[in-house]
Design a protein around this ligand. Structure first.
Ligand code: PMP
Length: 384
């Protein structure tokens, strides 16, 4: 008798359903009547005519795909222009574009750490940094979230010559900020390198959206490496490492996700360049997204965030799931974070602000969110 080698998947699926943890893919319509509070299109540029035109022009000129690794045929002059423009924007010496932010993190960490190094990562670091630690073959230590003293202690007691410290600048689940100035102080004092993932900081924090590193006066420090995605504020796709020129040269030679991955598609390069042009011309977009986030936080009766992410913790996974569905049924597209993305008992709605939310949309958000949260918060108490 043959047994079904995939039967364990049915058991896993049933367990997830029972725990309120099932996940569904919901294809979005091209033009949705819903209000988007779920995407990472923080500056509302994903349909900006100039950004769309940037993508189209690049495709016309270079074709649909990049045709190969960056080291072979996958580099166009536009890739290099984008790298220089992004580096200049955040105040770094050089930039290197990857096929995604995930690949940028994997590439930067694995190429700069490796066997014989210590990597200290914040407990809240993004999954791509977590995976980068695992792939790095370095000794990995996890410091408590935002715990600079722990980072300092781990660096001080190391036997390894080289050490890397990893953190997000803006944490994606809660939207809180890393203590970057303090982290940089201890990494410098201990002769380590700080890698800061600005995925949620670029376009949102700092003068004109130059990021939290720039805001804190740390731009261009040679012992600080920025990674970022082009898929959030820059409304495109892809990732980038912004750092000292020696880091760029090393990554070209050694970062496996750079060498063995196909170069970023021309459309994404063209779109990201155009979005950066728009942001330079309209630097107020960064401040506006923070204002809209404060508006949404007020509606949800949670503290105003330091980023575009408004996190409304509801507790149980099922309560958060039901609240998200209720919002969606009434035309509010919201994110819902449940374990393993967030710790048990802290399932939440994740609402992302956009710079282009209109007063009318904010009124609708107030009505729908007010009703749904009143019900969800009541339910959680009853079921607790
Ligand atoms: N870092 C952080 C903090 C992120 O939130 C994300 C995307 N969710 C990434 C890296 C990965 O970027 P990308 O989606 O471009 O691969």
């Amino acid at each position: 008798m043959t047994t079904d080698p995939l039967s364990w998947l049915d058991e896993r699926a049933s367990a997830r359903v029972a725990a309120g943890l099932r996940r569904e893919l919901r294809p979005r319509p091209a033009r949705s009547p819903s209000i988007d509070l779920a995407s990472n299109d923080y500056l509302g540029l994903v349909r900006h005519p100039e950004v769309i035109e940037g993508a189209i022009e690049a495709v016309r000129r270079w074709g649909a795909g990049s045709t190969g690794s960056r080291l072979v045929t996958g580099t166009t002059v536009e890739h290099e222009l984008l790298e220089a423009e992004l580096a200049e924007f955040v105040g770094a010496e050089a930039g290197l574009v990857f096929a995604s932010g995930y690949a940028a993190n994997l590439g930067a960490v694995t190429a700069l750490a490796g066997r014989g190094a210590l990597v200290v990562s914040d407990a809240g670091s993004h999954a791509s940094l977590v995976d980068a630690c695992r792939l790095s073959r370095a000794r990995v230590e996890i410091a408590g979230h935002g715990d600079v003293d722990a980072v300092d202690r781990l660096l001080a007691s190391r036997t390894e010559e080289r050490a890397l410290v990893l953190t997000d600048s803006v944490f994606s689940a809660d939207g809180d900020l890393a203590p970057l100035a303090e982290l940089h102080r201890v990494t410098r004092a201990r002769g380590a390198v700080l890698i800061v993932d600005e995925a949620h900081g670029l376009g949102v924090r700092g003068a004109g959206g130059r990021g939290l590193v720039h805001e804190l006066g740390l731009a261009g420090e040679p012992d600080l490496v920025i990674t970022a995605t082009l898929s959030k504020s820059l409304a495109a796709q892809g990732g980038v490492v912004l750092a000292d020129g020696r880091v760029r040269a090393h990554l070209i030679d050694a970062a496996r996700t750079f060498i063995f991955d196909t170069g970023l598609a021309p459309a994404a390069v063209g779109a990201a360049r155009a979005a950066l042009r728009v942001l330079r011309r309209e630097p107020h977009l960064a401040g506006r997204v923070l204002q809209r986030a404060a508006d949404i936080a007020r509606i949800a009766a949670v503290p105003a965030p330091d980023s575009a992410v408004v996190s409304v913790v509801l507790g149980k996974a099922q309560v958060a799931y039901d609240a998200a569905q209720a919002c969606r049924a009434r035309g509010l597209d919201v994110g819902c974070f449940r374990p393993p993305s967030v710790p048990e008992g802290t399932s939440r709605l994740r609402l992302t602000a956009r710079a282009d939310l209109s007063p009318g949309e904010l009124d609708t958000i107030a009505t729908v969110l007010g009703d749904v949260l009143a019900e969800a918060r009541g339910l959680d108490v009853v079921r607790a």
